[in-house]
Design a protein around this ligand. Sequence first.
Ligand code: NDP
Ligand code: HSE
Length: 437
Amino acid sequence: MRLALLGCGTVGSEVVRLLHEQSADLAARIGAPLEIAGIAVRRVGRDRGDLPVDPALFTTDPLGLIKREDVDVVVEVVGGIEPARSWLVEALRAGKSVVTANKALLAEDGASLHDAAAEGGADLYYEASVAGAIPLLRPLRESLHGDRINRVTGIVNGTTNFILSAMDATGAGFAEALEEATELGYAEADPTADVEGFDAAAKAAILASLAFHTRVTAADVHREGITEVTAADVASAKAMGCTIKLLCIAARGADAEGRETVGVRVHPAMIPLTHPLASVSDAFNAVFVEAEAAGQLMFYGRGAGGAPTASAVLGDVVAVARNRLAGARAASESAYADLAVRPMGEALTRYHISLDVADRPGVLEAVAGVFARHEVSIATVRQGPAGGGPAGRGSDAELVIVTHVAPDAALAATVRELRGLEIVRSVASVLRVEGGA
Ligand code: NDP
Ligand code: HSE
């Protein structure tokens, strides 16, 4: 079994290392030896330390490598949309099995890859694309195929979880924590993808597609990142017995006519410390799956990093290699349900809103009136001396309001109106609250 490796960075170099260290076991599991036919990179001359591989295998011609007659399996760990899409479509149409960790591409245009795989009769596996080492996609696309999944909730980005954990545990600054996550190999080539939620949104689209048998793309996912989460938000969450996590939530629902829909969102949220996702720290990921018959399932493990991701890649390599030897192919994409995607405004959620207000009679009544006009019910109100607002306003007060569940559109309209009130000096922070009563 001959393998073309596209990319030899954080993940690719660990794939090479594991292939070398476990070659005898892998051969026994597959039923044939597994060899690297070539490795496509951007810079052949780059120093790759003590990587156990023949330097002559490196090339800057990925297409030439893919087209070679002796290549059976293509492993793509380069990333990005193009040229990765063209390479993988070429490989799949030629009947070569593909293993990829490229969630950005799968979420943007997974359809092209699935169509090419069907056309070429080839396997397309992508376990490493979501939640690193955690076996999650195979359970969704195989083990749970007899059940009906209603909701998937999780932490699926290691970099942002690392940053939020550091801010919460040690009071580390955002920039400092991001730098450390990048050094540890967790962040994307452009870390904006992590901190602005693009990476988690891509993963959410992949999870929703598999869970609900519907093609969901990154553009269908409501996305907010963590760049606006402040140290004050983290402290405020702590004071309430909560922590802040970047959550991915994909859930079934219904539209006004009762037709079934799916809603998929990624945003920071406060969750109670008693929630099982609250203790998921550093670059770990965890995903809850709620299914009709199986009930609640939780998947937990390392969500980023070279070796954990390479483990998932190699698991897929063994699977596709065995399929090839058996002349078989895994089941193709299941998108028969074709459910409509629900707008974010219809999502049911709770808000934690921190306001800097004038400290005078009637303020509470005016603020409560805005909530009432938008039919948003207030769960708790706490008033204290101004903390988060600009300095020099000794007579101002801070109001912290937590709402009951309401449609996101009503909550957003409430915040918009609050911003326009003369008595509201500033809306210091707005965070969604998930889990718990
Ligand atoms: P890196 O940036 O570390 O490595 C990218 C590799 O691709 C490098 O070897 C680079 O070559 C090569 N490359 C880049 N452009 C080209 C090109 N045009 N032609 C040929 N080779 C090219 O990325 P990662 O290993 O971190 O990530 C790879 C993929 O895995 C991405 O899709 C990422 O989203 C995904 N992933 C990453 C995880 C992680 O924890 N890092 C976890 C899960 C998924 P050179 O070495 O010469 O620079
Ligand atoms: N940058 C990604 C993360 C890598 O931090 O989760 C794993 O997909």
